[in-house]
Design a protein around this ligand. Structure first.
Ligand code: ATP
Ligand code: MG
Length: 389
């Protein structure tokens, strides 16, 4: 691939680079935005890498945020309050598969060499418009290949997350993973067990959000063995022949898609240390996805809506949802039919005033009335309901 003469670097980024270069520090654009622009994809989020030590970056700019100071990353805020990440040239001198001890004050070449894949290790000089591509990343972009920089076994053992990053980039761009890189990913997959659940979850969710086809991402996680370690409920469901149907038609909502793919969504989302809200959402999907109401039976649909509550829309989005159900639900919602205790024409206080004894009987009576109203919304009048207690 020939490199374009110029990339459209935003003015704010050029100004930051100018200030660093004027202070005597070599500064280059690197990473995802370079890769994406070479692929013809829009990405204005150019990261900078510089010879300036983090303390000097902070000194040279008025407004900075130490977003990852231990890795040498400082964000500089421009006049529009946009953050631009600047990372000091670094080299990993010690790694244990999860964390790295880094050394600053190295060269651009060292910095590119510690990057994960060749397509992510291309540098462009925003002022001189020069290119540095010591690992032939541009050729791999042409060949649609994800390939480790250097020895893949070594690179995965330094940071096992890179295995998952390879799967994510492969699914996102529909690139093949180079045979030796793929082989090393499989050989080192057990190392994924050492990663924190949060990092794995972020990677998995980002993969779902960005994959060209989600089914390709899932297939890669299964083939490489990552699913066996972190997503066994997905492997289980696939073995039962379920979960993957109509995957591409689902909204790109990582929790919804994960729940759909899993035999036991709550246990999977718990392992990934998702929020309680997400875990409950997964649990509801697992509990309800096989028991839809008959769309022809309005009272049944209202009862289902009442019980499924906030989860109804998730359940409607799943491929197992009977197709006319969405339309029936839309009609019920448009009619503003009462569906919850709050919608009843009477309150607990009304029942007490009408002589119901205080205590659990009040709640039970309200539930019974709601049941009647779900059968027939016309019953939701004060007079009718009080006549029933
Ligand atoms: P995205 O579009 O997902 O942001 P990206 O390539 O910009 O893709 P980032 O996670 O933002 O990915 O990282 C920026 C750059 O830092 C990468 O392009 C790569 O060069 C390097 N990098 C990030 N994570 C790692 C890692 N775990 N090991 C080695 N290099 C990494
Ligand atoms: Mg990025």
């Amino acid at each position: 691939m020939g490199f374009p003469l110029r990339l459209p670097i935003p003015d704010a980024v050029v100004r930051i680079a100018q200030r660093l270069e004027t202070a005597g520090y070599e500064t280059w654009c690197v990473g995802g935005a370079i890769r994406d622009n070479l692929l013809g994809l829009e990405n204005h989020d150019f990261d900078l890498t510089t010879a300036a030590p983090p303390a000097d970056v902070r000194r040279l700019f008025k407004r900075t945020v130490p977003v990852g100071i231990e890795h040498g990353t400082v964000a500089v805020l421009d006049s529009d309050n946009r953050a631009h990440e600047i990372t000091t040239f670094r080299k990993d001198i010690k790694t244990d598969g999860r964390h790295a001890v880094v050394e600053f004050g190295v060269s651009l070449m060292d910095d590119l060499a510690r990057r994960d894949f060749t397509v992510n290790a291309i540098a462009y000089h925003p002022l001189r418009h020069e290119w540095r591509d010591p690992f032939s990343g541009a050729a791999d972009l042409d060949a649609k290949l994800i390939r480790s920089v250097g020895d893949p076994n070594w690179r995965f053992q330094e940071d096992y997350l890179r295995i998952l990053r390879a799967l994510r980039f492969s699914a996102r761009f529909d690139f093949r993973i180079h045979p030796r890189t793929l082989e090393a990913a499989k050989a080192n997959v057990q190392g994924l067990a050492q990663l924190s659940a949060e990092r794995v979850r972020d990677e998995w969710f980002k993969g779902i959000a960005t994959a060209g086809r989600v089914s390709k991402l899932v297939q890669l996680w299964v083939d490489v063995g990552a699913a066996r370690i972190w997503l066994p409920e997905i492997v289980g469901k696939r073995e039962q022949g379920g979960g993957t149907s109509a995957l591409e038609n689902l909204p790109r909502d990582p929790v919804l898609i994960t729940a759909h793919l899993a035999s036991d969504p709550a246990s999977l989302l718990t392992r990934l240390k998702c929020s309680n809200k997400d875990i409950e959402r997964g649990r509801a999907i697992g509990r309800w996805r096989d028991t839809y109401p008959d769309p022809k039976h309005l009272a049944q649909v209202r009862k289902w809506l009442s019980e499924a509550g906030d989860y109804a829309d998730d359940l409607l989005a799943l491929p197992s949802s009977p197709s006319p159900l969405s339309r029936v639900v839309a009609a019920i919602r448009a009619a503003k039919d009462p569906l919850t205790l709050k919608d009843l024409a009477v309150t607990g206080d009304d029942l007490l005033a009408a002589g119901v004894r205080p205590g659990p009987g009040v709640g039970e009576a309200l539930e019974r009335l709601l049941g009647e109203v779900l059968e027939d919304p016309a019953r939701n009048t004060r007079d009718y309901l009080l006549s029933r207690v």
